[in-house]
Design a binder for this molecule. Structure first.
Ligand code: ZN
Length: 461
């Protein structure tokens, strides 16, 4: 029996397979890539119902997978919501997102998680995975939630709207629970005690001291503990938004020793540094803080050698009036999903990252790092998610004109290239000539079966 169609038929002619120069045709059938071959190859033909796109002169890449976003919906939809957030995603070339709920209602049991997913279905223009929250309250519900979530989100350090879990004994229980449930943990790593110490040591801090208030040591010690607890409990770990060279070094050592750990960073940790704080003000206030230029170089090196798998935005919408408050009162986080592909391409244009690494860090390796099958690739059997862009066409960033809600950007005035011209989600054109097209239509990401580990898992069968 055929599976129900995941999408539409589409035939793309003569796309340049970036970063190479080969011209290819891509055939998508029922939303899934049927084949990719040299342009004009006789075996690839459009079906009768296919939308045919002539991509001559444009480059083609897979739809981007953003491993870390906040759309604040349900609960704080006025800050953005899925409709605007996912429109921003398409503008940045993103066709799949993994979303973290860090405002109430949290996803601490299956009922709440299912309700959230149903809520998202009505308004998302991109495919989505909703992370469940890993908290003492959710411990007894992890097994039930595991099949419905890509991973459990654990805040070791507190951040916007979420208290951190600083207690090692509690954390160990949470890590063991996730192991038994068979889903990986994605972790916000900053050590609670060191965050408190940093704040106490800088009582009159401005944003220029944010990297001292939320210090390198806080991230490094927390990553160290997360790696130890993951090793002890057997749970698979993904460290979100790595911001320091030293934390990247710890992850490299763990990977070399054979531990199953993956990691991601965000564009602001490699394109900005704490030296930009005086000019950007609270726009650069994010958690973990943006560190030194040497840290940015270390994180880039870790991307290049495969220690860090992915670049996710940690897109965190806030109205500018809130960011414009005094440092201590301004919320942390910045929007950037509208710019993910142009910012990633900027790393290549500046010679900071090779093209293949940059591309896979927002596509194939991003998907693999969170075990999302069929996403971020252009092979037969993958979802027909495509982005067409002109790598030479530059545009100046104007926050006010971006589709997501915040209307400000830390990259205001930057001249970037690679703004998507056309975005295809499972064979359907969902963004064209700067505008979203059609209805919502996003679907939940397909997820592999949970794989319980540990003695308790074996006991419970
Ligand atoms: Zn986040």
């Amino acid at each position: 029996m055929r599976e129900p169609a995941r999408g539409a038929d589409l035939f793309l002619r003569r796309g340049r397979l970036w970063p190479g120069t080969e011209l290819v045709d891509i055939s998508v059938r029922d939303g899934v890539i049927e084949g990719l071959g040299a342009a004009g190859e006789a075996r690839l033909r459009p079906t009768q119902d296919a939308t045919v796109i002539d991509a001559a002169g444009l480059s083609v890449i897979p739809g981007l997978v953003d491993v870390h976003v906040h759309f604040r919906d349900p609960g704080l939809a006025w800050k953005e919501g899925w409709e605007r957030g996912s429109a921003g995603a398409l503008h940045g070339g993103v066709t799949s997102v993994v979303e973290v709920q860090n405002n109430p209602p949290l996803s601490t049991d299956l009922g709440a998680l299912t309700e959230r997913i149903e809520h998202v279905r009505a308004s998302s223009r991109v495919d989505y995975g909703c992370l469940a929250n890993l908290l003492p309250d959710s411990l007894e519900h992890l097994l039930a939630m595991a099949p419905t979530t890509p991973a459990f989100k654990c805040f070791l350090g507190g951040s916007t709207g979420m208290a951190g879990q600083g207690d090692r004994v509690v954390l160990r229980e949470l890590f063991a629970g996730a192991a038994r449930a068979g889903r990986m943990i994605v972790a916000h790593c900053e050590d609670e005690a060191l965050l408190k110490a940093g704040a106490a040591a800088h009582p009159h801090a401005t944003v220029s001291e944010h990297h001292l208030v939320r210090s390198s040591e806080a991230e490094v010690e927390s990553v160290r503990m997360a790696l130890e607890l993951a090793e002890e409990t057997g749970v698979e770990l993904h460290v979100f938004h790595v911001s320091t060279a030293a934390a990247a070094d710890l992850i490299r050592t763990a990977r070399t020793a054979g531990q199953t750990v993956s990691a991601s960073t965000a564009p602001h940790y490699v394109l900005l540094s704490c030296a930009d704080a005086p000019g950007l003000g609270n726009r650069i206030k994010v958690n973990p803080s943006v560190k030194t230029p040497q840290d940015a170089a270390g994180v880039l090196a870790a991307l290049a050698d495969g220690t860090i798998d992915a670049i996710g935005t940690d897109h965190a919408p806030h109205p500018f009036e809130h960011k414009d408050r005094p440092y201590a009162k301004a919320p942390s986080g910045m929007p950037s999903i509208d710019l993910l592909w142009p910012l990633t391409l900027e790393l290549v244009r500046r010679g900071l990252l090779d093209a293949e690494t940059a591309l896979t860090s927002v596509t194939e390796r991003a998907a693999e790092s969170l075990h999302l099958p069929g996403k971020g690739c252009l092979e037969a059997g993958c979802d027909g998610d495509l982005v067409l862009f002109d790598p030479d066409e530059k545009r100046t960033v104007e926050g006010a004109n971006l589709p997501s809600t915040s209307k400000w950007s830390a990259y205001e005035g930057w001249s970037l290239a690679g703004f998507p011209r056309t975005v295809v989600r499972r064979g359907e054109v969902v963004f064209d000539a700067g505008q979203v097209t059609g209805q919502a239509g996003g679907q939940p990401l397909r997820l592999p079966c949970p794989k319980p580990v540990g003695q308790d898992a074996a006991r419970s069968g």
